[in-house]
Write a protein that binds this ligand. Structure first.
Ligand code: AMP
Ligand code: ZN
Length: 397
């Protein structure tokens, strides 16, 4: 039999708190998987395949899935979730899914999976939140920076990004500087029915550059091999970020290409931690003014399979990451619209950024996902501006 669905029990029990993390990684197990689901109790895995697969190959796919399960779930300890703010219960006037309406209005145009063009309503909403984020940056006298969308492979290698997040990398290259190759490309380049360009890989130059996955890394690289002045650095920047999320790419909630505003702190430990905490308190007031329903809780980054258990436990033990999780009433769930991060002296050590006393600098950042915050706002407040907080009604022309 060559079924299109595979079902089996996981080799190790998947604790409930890890179901989402493991399930999202199953997207990267095999190209033939169209959908992967773990039962709510964590005791059943079900894979939908794109096409029928011979029995021997099914066993290969199952074995790869079990490798993920064992690596991520076996012996995993549930981290204690620390909640710093809880306003999830704030009443909000809307409960629909904004996506169909955004598409119907032409406010969103899907260019490809995880890639969208945004129209005026979303742009005005993002501008409103941007003004608040810039206000936050100003309150710290943060200096503005502009960073490129591309990032050298060597940079990411230096900070261990390839080991931690290989699955989500996006590579950038160009044609080799060779007239025959360029002429052949110009004469024959075309996309097939799946949108795949019919160009042999050897026509491309070796990869030296990627699309940047985060904003603050660029600042740390500008500071490499330097000694900071005693007052440290406070910076802000907005930029395009890229994280390939495969089957998990979904609506405006999970994009391949998204925009992040960051406020970044570089200095000694107390400087970074105190400013991170101040930023949280200042944003608490901003969110309170519009009656946003959200919670701030401890979290971890989506490390790849082999790195996940160790790194996530480390982040949790040292309270390195907190997420602002907005309520999405239409799915009775939450979505991370921002994060408060502390990297200890990780970048200071790897990039040789020194404090005046010669010790490695500490870094931290506050990061907001602009598409997500606009999406979460519409999910809570809907499309009728008379239902919006009064301070936001002015944004529409
Ligand atoms: P992080 O550095 O992972 O905490 O990301 C900062 C913020 O960027 C998150 O809180 C999200 O709001 C946003 N973000 C991260 N990944 C994505 C994605 N794939 N699509 C849309 N927004 C994202
Ligand atoms: Zn950052």
């Amino acid at each position: 039999m060559n079924p299109l669905t595979l079902q089996f029990a996981p080799a190790a029990a998947i604790p409930v708190h890890l179901i989402g993390e493991v399930q999202s990684k199953l997207a990267y197990v095999d190209e033939r998987i169209a959908k992967a689901q773990i039962s709510p109790a964590g005791d059943q895995i079900s894979l939908e395949l794109k096409r029928a697969v011979p029995t021997a190959e099914q066993a290969v796919i199952e074995e790869k899935v079990q490798r993920v399960v064992v690596s991520m779930a076996q012996g995993a300890i549930r981290p204690k979730v620390q909640v710093l703010e809880d306003y999830l219960d704030r009443p909000t006037p809307f409960a629909g899914d904004p996506m169909p309406e955004l598409l119907r209005r032409g406010e969103l145009s899907r260019e490809a999976n995880g890639i969208y063009a945004l129209g005026p309503l979303l742009s005005h909403l993002i501008d409103w939140f941007e003004r608040r984020f810039l206000g936050l940056a100003e309150s710290f006298s943060a200096q503005p920076y502009r960073f490129p969308t591309l990032i050298p492979a060597q940079y990411l290698e230096r900070v261990g990004y390839f080991r931690a997040f290989p699955h989500s990398l996006s590579f950038a290259t160009h044609l080799r500087e060779d007239l025959d190759q360029i002429d052949a490309f110009a004469a024959g380049a075309a996309c097939d029915d799946h949108g795949n360009l019919n160009v042999p890989l050897e026509r491309f130059a070796p990869i030296q550059t990627l699309l940047s996955p985060a904003v603050c890394y660029h600042l740390y690289f500008t500071l490499a091999d330097q000694t900071l002045s005693p007052q440290g650095i406070t910076a802000t920047a907005v930029g395009n970020c890229f994280r390939y999320e495969s089957l998990n790419l979904q609506s405006l909630e999970r994009l391949w290409n998204f925009t992040m505003r960051e406020v970044i702190f570089v200095g000694d430990k107390d400087f970074v931690l105190e400013n991170r905490e101040l930023a949280r308190q200042r944003m608490q007031r901003v969110f309170g003014e519009i009656g946003f329903a959200y919670r701030v809780e401890s979290a971890n980054d989506p490390f790849f399979i082999g790195e996940f258990r160790k790194q996530a436990a480390f982040q949790s033990a040292f309270q390195l990451k907190y997420e602002i999780r907005a309520r999405l009433p239409f799915k009775d769930g939450t979505l991370a619209v921002g994060s408060y991060n502390y990297h200890q002296d990780f970048f200071g050590r790897h990039l040789n950024i020194r404090l005046p006393d010669g010790s490695p600098a500490h870094t931290g950042c506050v990061a907001f996902g602009l598409e997500r915050i606009a999406f979460a706002f519409l999910a809570q407040f809907g499309f009728d501006p008379t239902q919006w907080p009064s301070s936001m009604q002015e944004i529409l022309p």
